[in-house]
Design a protein around this ligand. Structure first.
Ligand code: PEP
Length: 263
């Protein structure tokens, strides 16, 4: 982690969990206990229906809100979809794009992810673009090939000036919701390759400013080791973000590391 150049970013992906009351209670607790931790960006991604009330609840804090998906069109006849500007209008500042569950269950393509990243930037949302290989791809030694292909597509329509705004989440599919985390060394190897590729695309100085999150069974007891790797700048957290204690511990440990104080 490079605290002077890249501000850590921790995002809780609540997926299709939590009713409104539970989401509001969790948001309040995160706000109350993380507001003084100004050295990190903290984001929660509730279900779309809860983006507005949760954003209202967090309005007086630095905790950001993300939608879990968006459409790539600015408006139109796309029943059931959400335009990036509508997500922004509801109070979100971020949008998760291309999560592996969307790729796996909803036919999300590399090309679609690129279009959504473009659309998010057009609506002044920070895209959190997810990439990552399946277990079969890793076992076939195709990790870097797959991740590079997904990355290239995700940033295909991003300019050099915009690139530092984009957040890339490396989430090996085999580590999501399985309790099986990539080792810090495994994650770092891929993060370094991602940053090198971003350097080829945007130049090294720009690549050094782009934040790369790791995601896949991140918990309070493995965040510190992951964050000690040079190219890991935060985490996208699923299961452990649904419970205040574990998510707040992840945020607190990261903030302490960012301030150079071991937790
Ligand atoms: C995720 O949903 O992005 C994720 C990483 O989930 P989990 O932390 O539960 O593996």
């Amino acid at each position: 982690m490079h605290p002077t150049t890249r501000r850590p970013i921790l995002a809780g992906n609540w997926k299709m969990h939590l009713d409104l009351a539970a989401g509001l209670a969790l948001a309040s607790e995160i706000r109350n206990r993380c507001s003084r931790l100004r050295s990190v960006d903290v984001v929660v991604a509730p279900v779309a229906l809860a983006v507005y009330p949760i954003a209202q609840r967090l309005a007086d804090s630095h905790i950001g809100v993300a939608a879990q998906n968006c459409h790539y069109a600015a408006r139109g006849a796309f029943t059931g979809e959400l335009a990036p500007s509508q997500i922004k209008d509801a109070g979100a500042g971020y949008v998760v794009i291309g999560h592996s569950e969307r790729r796996q269950f909803f036919g999300e393509t590399d090309e679609g992810v690129g279009k959504k990243v473009r659309a998010a930037l057009d609506a002044a949302l920070v895209p959190i673009a997810c990439i990552g290989e399946t277990l079969a791809e890793r076992e076939a030694n195709r990790t870097l090939e797959v991740v590079t292909r997904q990355l290239d597509a995700a940033v295909a329509a991003v300019s050099k000036d915009e690139a530092p705004t984009v957040v890339i989440a490396y989430e090996p599919v085999w580590a999501i919701g399985t309790g099986r985390t990539a080792t810090p060394a495994q994650a770092q190897e891929v993060h370094a390759a991602i940053r090198a590729r971003l350097g080829e695309r945007f130049g090294r100085d720009v690549a050094e400013r782009i934040r790369l999150q790791y995601g896949g069974s991140v918990k309070a007891d493995n965040i510190a080791a992951l964050m000690s790797e040079a190219d890991i700048d935060g985490a996208l957290v699923g299961g452990a973000s649904l419970e205040a204690e574990s998510f707040i511990s992840i945020v607190t440990q990261t903030a302490e590391l960012a301030q150079g104080r071991p937790s």
